[in-house]
Design a protein around this ligand. Structure first.
Ligand SMILES: [Fe+2]
Length: 374
């Protein structure tokens, strides 16, 4: 296999495409861009294939937040791919870490392929949304100025600035029980037990921070297990974000974009849900992090059994209706800020600048201000 130290021509041209012209800088520029693009978008709605309502200012705001979320997803998946995936012309960069890949492979022999494919998908999500934004005269989103966080020092990682930090994660693993509950729904204010209680407190790496993390065996396996549960956390978030925001889209083409990208997040989530269940029970000797046997007491049963990977039916809209198998949550109010908060609580942005949070929050607030018809 050929390993690329430099981004390929494809990646470079993607980057320069995103840097051209209507580039978004800090939070101040974001606001101006949104005001002006709302007007432009209306003029270009027919050129972009709209058959009914024009693209509204709210549609643009929703697309721009999704572009930012996808850029953030791409940044973290790229880091996983460099060390644990497959580096090729589709997903260039890095050269792999054999001990990390071996530990990931305990969850599934195809983990590297899945990491590669998930990474490529995220690349295409933000690249497409930005291209669509440009096609309607709206500003694409560019977060390059915030690529300031350090890379892993482990052999196999590129040494470039990152948007996200995968080395101090506090992973919320309640998605595991949320999708198994037959009686609760986060949209009703319900909360859910953690599958891996230790991961939800403290800070843990999901990639080796340096080659010192490659041993002892239960330490690098704990890092791979953490990644396995983090994959599920990230993708179930995306699975909820798209239907949550789609409820406030006005234009039919923009709705089609959300309805067509969103379910691919579920394809990822379903895969990761299955693989996380294969994470071996262990205790990390370096920090005491415990991965329990989810099929044995006090775990086990319908809330934890590892092969119960399909969504259980649960309450939806009102308790007067029969339980139904659904994505959860899908409440639209505050969905963008909720996503920004979840990613922040995850530890992904530890070390990021005030300007980064201001820009992310501005994008989220604009998206959450969108209403159908406006
Ligand atoms: Fe995505």
């Amino acid at each position: 296999m050929e390993h690329n130290e430099q981004p390929s021509k494809d990646a470079t041209s993607r980057r320069s495409f995103l840097s051209k012209g209507l580039v978004v800088g800090g939070a101040g520029t974001l606001g101006t861009g949104l005001l002006s693009t709302g007007l432009l978008a209306t003029n270009f709605a027919h050129a972009a294939g709209s058959t009914s309502s024009s693209v509204t200012k709210g549609d643009v705001a929703i697309l721009r937040f999704l572009a930012a979320a996808e850029i953030i997803e791409t940044d973290l998946w790229q880091q996983y791919n460099e060390l644990g995936g497959i580096q090729d012309s589709e997903v260039p960069g890095g050269s792999g870490s054999a001990p990390y890949i071996a530990a990931l492979s305990v969850l599934d022999g195809d983990m590297s392929q899945y990491i590669h494919d998930n990474t490529e998908d995220e690349f295409t999500h933000f690249t497409f949304i930005n291209a669509y934004l440009q096609s309607i005269g709206a500003n694409p989103v560019n977060l390059d100025k915030f690529r300031t966080l350090p890379s892993s020092k482990a052999t196999g990682a590129q040494q470039i600035g990152r948007l996200t930090n995968l080395m101090q994660l506090t992973v919320d693993t309640s998605w595991w029980t949320k999708y198994r509950s037959r009686t609760k729904n986060p949209d009703f204010g319900d909360s859910f037990a953690q599958a891996i209680p230790g991961l939800a407190k403290g800070q843990f790496p999901a990639i080796p921070r340096s080659d010192a993390d490659l041993a002892p065996a239960n330490h690098i396996q704990a890092i791979a297990n953490t990644a396995g549960f983090h994959f599920g956390f990230i993708e179930q978030g995306g699975t909820s974000l798209y239907p949550s925001l789609a409820q406030r889209v006005t234009n039919a083409v923009v709705l089609r974009i959300l309805l067509s990208i969103g379910p691919t997040e579920m394809a990822h989530f379903q895969t990761w849900h299955d693989k996380a269940g294969n994470a071996p029970a262990l205790t990390d000797p370096t920090n005491g992090l415990v991965f329990p046997n989810l099929n044995a007491a006090p775990f086990g049963g319908e809330d934890f059994q590892t092969n119960l990977i399909m969504p259980e039916p649960t309450i939806f809209l009102s308790r007067k209706f029969p339980p139904v198998s659904i994505i959860r949550p899908t409440e639209t109010k505050g969905a963008a800020m909720g996503a920004a908060k979840a990613l922040t609580d995850d530890g992904l942005f530890i070390g990021q600048s005030k300007e980064f949070f201001a820009a992310l929050h501005a994008l989220a607030q604009q998206a959450d201000a969108a209403q159908r018809g406006y």
